[in-house]
Design a protein around this ligand. Structure first.
Ligand SMILES: [Zn+2]
Length: 360
């Protein structure tokens, strides 16, 4: 199959759905990287350029707050909304210059954080009025800890509003293990770590008539990187969900669902590839890119230790200034390079490296 052609800029609406179809046909997926500001955004854009591929860039609630300033008043999620919106503006502006397509997304949103997404959709509606496109490509609601009925009811309400401005919704069914962004699921009952195909069918029936959505299904995946434990990755759960929806609703499409893989960091490559067979279009990566950013910064600090003890004075002389070594750009760029390299590896692991024609 010929490589899919895509234009630079933020991908929304039908173009996003066409891209998902292509990814499923080609059995590849895109990395979705959590960002916290311009350093991590630019590292992601550079990685997409090197991989000649679109990339998914996402803000978590904490990432949005951090982009606004961690100590800013966050009453009614105002800092999270403004920080996430400002980060999106940066992406809109820079994606053109890096000449890469970007899917702009937000990560987990539990019920107590709904005012954050509500506020971002309002920003999206304003943006749509001005530009004919939404600010974000998609948002995630994660009400997976609640009863299925409540999860779907709220998800449907949000999707109705989002579909009007060409946005896609990501939902979660079953619980991703581990801990992320202050949500601790390390003690969750094992059965909840595996999504039931019946639940996926229920969600499909409720949401499909309303608009476009993706499903983060739990198949033993966990946030963070831990010592291998008793939870096993079982990608066949994804296959069973696809089969159930296809058979029960008499669909011709082989893989009717667009699936999402959370907690990709530290996952076994063989299991990742198996998940790609079953219609995973996106894999979240956070802990691995955090480490890829921090490690070279630590190495910089270690290597230049004697030059970073004071503004003046180093092994070359007591009067020699250390200005060049102190400049934060010197070590932030090392973090950016580390993060970019790890993301390029993720494109290769997910088989999306060089799978698109971006005209570069
Ligand atoms: Zn997640």
């Amino acid at each position: 199959m010929a490589k899919m052609k895509m234009k630079p800029g933020v991908v929304t609406g039908t173009a996003l759905q066409e891209m998902f179809e292509y990814l499923k046909e080609e059995r590849c997926a895109l990395p979705a990287v959590n960002v916290i500001g311009s350093n991590s955004i630019n590292a992601a854009l550079q990685a997409a350029r090197e991989a000649s591929s679109p990339i998914m860039i996402q803000f978590s609630n904490g990432g949005g707050v951090f982009n606004a300033g961690k100590y800013l008043d966050n009453t009614n999620q105002r800092a999270a909304i403004a920080g996430s919106a400002a980060g999106a503006m940066h992406v809109w502006k820079m994606a053109e210059l890096y000449e890469v397509p970007v899917i702009l997304h937000t990560d987990h949103c539990a019920r107590k954080l709904l005012p954050w997404i509500d506020g971002l959709i309002s920003e999206g509606e304003k943006y749509y009025k001005q530009h004919g496109v939404p600010l974000y490509s998609s948002h995630m609601l994660d009400l997976s800890e609640e009863e299925l009925e409540d999860n779907i009811k709220t998800s449907a309400e949000f999707l109705e509003r989002m579909a009007k401005i060409d946005m896609t919704l990501e939902i979660e069914l079953g619980v991703t293990g581990g801990e992320e962004d202050g949500v601790d699921n390390t003690a969750v009952d094992n059965a909840k770590l595996y999504t039931q195909p019946e639940d996926v069918l229920t969600a499909y029936d409720a949401l499909k008539p309303l608009g476009n959505f993706t499903v983060a299904a739990a198949f033993g995946n966990t946030h963070g990187v831990y010592k291998p434990g008793n939870v096993k990755l079982r990608p066949e759960i994804l296959k069973h969900s696809q089969e159930m929806v296809r058979k029960e609703r008499g669909l011709s499409a082989d893989k009717p669902l667009d699936l999402v893989f959370h907690g990709g960091s530290g996952s076994d490559l063989e299991k990742i590839h198996e998940a790609l067979e079953y219609g995973v279009v996106k894999m979240n990566i956070d802990t691995d890119t955090q480490w890829a950013f921090t490690k070279p910064v630590r190495e910089y600090m270690d290597k230049n230790h004697d030059y970073l003890m004071a503004q003046i004075g180093n092994p070359e002389g007591d009067d020699i200034p250390n200005k060049k070594k102190i400049d934060p750009r010197q070590w932030l760029v090392e973090g950016e390079k580390g993060s970019t390299a790890r993301l390029v590896q993720a494109f290769k692991d997910l088989r999306s490296f060089n799978q698109f024609d971006l005209g570069l």
